[in-house]
Design a binder for this molecule. Structure first.
Ligand SMILES: CC(C)(COP(=O)(O)OP(=O)(O)OC[C@H]1O[C@@H](n2cnc3c(N)ncnc32)[C@H](O)[C@@H]1OP(=O)(O)O)[C@@H](O)C(=O)NCCC(=O)NCCS
Length: 201
């Protein structure tokens, strides 16, 4: 395998209570299912996810999310977005991605959201664990999580998942709607740290 060959992530990853599914086959039904969750959690997601207010319909999910992002990025091998479903009920809980995958430096970034009613059960902590394990097994050396310093639930996910805070990127993002700057936490985990934690299992 050459140093820069793309990773091949599986279409399905299993945790104890959840499964991570590649969002396919792409269909209007799938787009409508995702849109329903985003729409029901719109006020909850809005402060932290810039795409929420540009998502107005199932057609937007189909075109802008499933075709322009999911399908394209999987093919390019630079981002692998998964839907999170409950293992028993198949209920859609949210999404988790490994993105900005850089095979030269063997690094990537995990991003995520849950529908509001799926929070408080540890599903995202489980999803991060499942996805990072596959990413490290496939050859990544470093995974980062970024979050707004005010986003305490997301900070909780990074901490519970054992990520180390490298620092705060001061005023790295301008929020036009709020007319203010945002500070971003940068968290990371290295393969050596993941291997060490898993050797104790
Ligand atoms: C960020 C986000 C995914 C965190 O959701 P969450 O439910 O708090 O995170 P988890 O699924 O890991 O659940 C952890 C919570 O469940 C509780 N929990 C219950 N059972 C648990 C278990 N088996 N394992 C771990 N935690 C468990 C934890 O105590 C914690 O609750 P607490 O914060 O009240 O202590 C969610 O708030 C969200 O989608 N926010 C909007 C979008 C967003 O901010 N995305 C990130 C942008 S950087």
């Amino acid at each position: 395998m050459s140093q820069t060959q793309s990773l091949i992530f599986p279409n399905k990853l299993e945790g104890k209570r959840i499964v991570l599914m590649r969002p396919e086959p792409i269909s209007m039904d799938l787009a409508a299912e995702i849109y329903a969750e985003v729409d029901a959690s719109r006020d909850f997601l809005r402060p932290w996810l810039p795409w929420v207010d540009s998502t107005h319909s199932a057609e937007d999910e189909l075109v802008h999310y499933l075709y322009d992002y999911v399908s394209k990025k999987w093919k390019e091998g630079v981002a692998f977005p998964y839907l999170i479903r409950h293992k028993e009920t198949q209920q859609l809980l949210g999404s988790v991605d490994i993105m900005h995958v850089d095979m030269e430096h063997k690094s990537g970034e995990i991003g995520y959201w849950l529908s509001q009613k799926a929070t408080g059960f540890g599903y995202m902590t489980e999803a991060v664990s499942v996805l990072e394990s596959k990413a490290f097994e496939l050859g990544l050396n470093r995974i980062v999580i970024r979050n707004d310093t005010r986003n305490l639930p997301s900070v909780g996910v990074a901490k519970r998942s054992g990520y180390r805070l490298e620092g705060v990127l001061r005023q790295d993002t301008w929020l036009p709607d709020q007319h203010k700057w945002r500070d971003t936490n940068l968290w990371s985990k290295l393969k050596s740290e993941w291997s060490q934690a898993h050797s104790k299992d």
